[in-house]
Design a protein around this ligand. Structure first.
Ligand code: G
Ligand code: MN
Length: 412
């Protein structure tokens, strides 16, 4: 039977001591990987047979008191009735992984099943069925990325560390904050643009950086609203700064990977430009290589449309993704932001110096301006000037500040 409720019941019975077992126990989530592909290549009947064989094999290598319950398409919950400790549970997982190194007979064929296993131990990882099962599932997600094929739950796997309601409320209630960081021209050392950076202040006062909450927003679909908020808030700030400084200050806005392929993105940006009366030439859209890689065709098409409307396009964190050169050639880029991991080594590492120098020359050959990120001292700033870099950004110039305290006049 395919039923997570039965899985829950088994765990609940173990927690109640109804089965006369005591001490720590483990909940494993064993996932038959690539079941969808298997269906596609070998058919659904073969997929069913394989899944049954996986369950039977798992049962055969475990102890009589352990239980194997199918809870989803290719997902099995395994209850190890008693374990001494986490190490002991990992040994069981290892034994399972080993067992799957042998071929399984499916119809006339021998196939290798690939499995991943996530482990949660009770009590430390939870004292109710739902939590244990979910944590085993979260550990399984990491196990799928890991060569060993299994993983023990860790606190940082916890997808519930952010509350959906809390982030949704923050987006809808306009309670996310925009921080601003100046980007200066290296020729005149004047303000050339401002990057808008989102920060999420949670109800307990802690501040979450985009690197931490954007992936969560993407996984939960909250990214659409978040992007709308970010574009609107950034353009409003740009309009305000232009008025106060009496000159146009371009604003750089980060677009997340999912946002890049969101339907109606171009229209959304154009309508915000018209609401806030900001010229497209004043907007720099920052995207990462990783973002473009997720759907290169759609991303390139979208960026070309935005570029055609006059907006500037920057590739962010350049050098940390992959396929850099392909994208230099294919994207309608106006600027390239060299990732801070290269810039921090500039002052003491001649290889970094040569790489950054060559990158600047290459970009210039292609008619692309260069921004150095993460400039943290005067020496680095001067070196970048010498190398012919166009713009610089970093703590040495200014840290990101809340829009409300950002004193634009200082940069006049
Ligand atoms: O991915 P992106 O380049 O948009 O992110 C920029 C991030 O880098 C911001 O969150 C900002 O706080 C941080 N940052 C900006 N300047 C510096 C710097 O000089 N040093 C370091 N370590 N971080 C910086
Ligand atoms: Mn950026």
């Amino acid at each position: 039977m395919l039923n997570w409720r039965t899985g829950h019941r088994l765990i609940a019975a173990r927690l109640d001591g109804a089965d006369h077992a005591s001490g720590p126990f483990a909940v494993l989530l064993l996932r038959l990987r690539q079941l969808r592909e298997f269906h596609r290549y070998f058919g659904f009947a073969a997929g069913d047979e394989l899944t049954e064989k996986v369950g039977a094999l798992a049962t055969s290598v475990l102890l009589p008191n352990d239980q194997v319950q199918r809870i989803g398409d290719g997902d099995f919950m395994i209850l190890l009735a008693t374990v001494r400790d986490a190490e002991h549970a990992q040994l069981a997982a290892l034994r399972l992984i080993r067992a799957f190194e042998e071929r399984l007979a499916v119809g006339q064929h021998g196939v290798l099943a690939r499995v991943a296993i996530g482990i949660a131990i009770s009590p430390p990882d939870g004292v109710d069925a739902e939590q244990l099962l979910r944590r085993a599932d979260m550990a399984c997600a990491r196990a799928e990325q890991h060569s060993s094929g299994f993983a023990l739950f860790r606190a940082e796997d916890d997808a519930t560390q952010y509350s959906y309601q809390e982030l949704l409320g923050a987006i809808e209630g306009n309670r996310l904050l925009t921080y601003l960081q100046p980007i200066i021209g290296l020729n005149d050392r004047r303000l050339a643009a401002i990057e808008s950076l989102a920060r999420w202040t949670r109800s307990d006062g802690s501040v979450v950086l985009p690197a931490n909450f954007i992936p969560y927003a993407e996984q939960t679909g909250l990214i659409a609203g978040l992007t709308r908020w970010s574009i609107n808030s950034s353009l409003q700030i740009s309009a305000d700064l232009t008025q106060r400084l009496r000159r146009n200050i371009p604003i750089a806005v980060n677009l997340s990977p999912r946002a890049l392929i969101e339907r109606g993105m171009v229209e959304q940006i154009l309508s915000a430009l018209s609401v806030w009366q900001v010229a497209p030439e004043q907007v720099i859209l920052e995207v990462t290589e990783t973002a473009v890689m997720q759907d290169p065709q759609a991303s390139v098409a979208l960026l070309e449309r935005l570029r055609d409307h006059g907006m500037r396009i920057a590739i962010d964190d350049f050098g940390t993704g992959a396929a850099s050169f392909t994208y230099l050639q294919r994207l309608p880029l106006t600027e390239l932001k060299i990732d801070q991991s290269f810039i921090v080594h500039l002052a003491h590492d001649s290889r970094a110096m040569n790489m950054v120098g060559a990158l600047i020359d290459l970009a210039h050959t292609l008619g692309i301006s260069v921004v150095a990120e993460g400039v943290e001292n005067a020496v680095t700033l001067e070196l970048l000037s010498d190398l012919g870099c166009d713009y610089a950004q970093g703590f040495f110039i200014a840290k990101p500040l809340p829009a409300a305290t950002f004193d634009a006049t200082q940069w006049r």
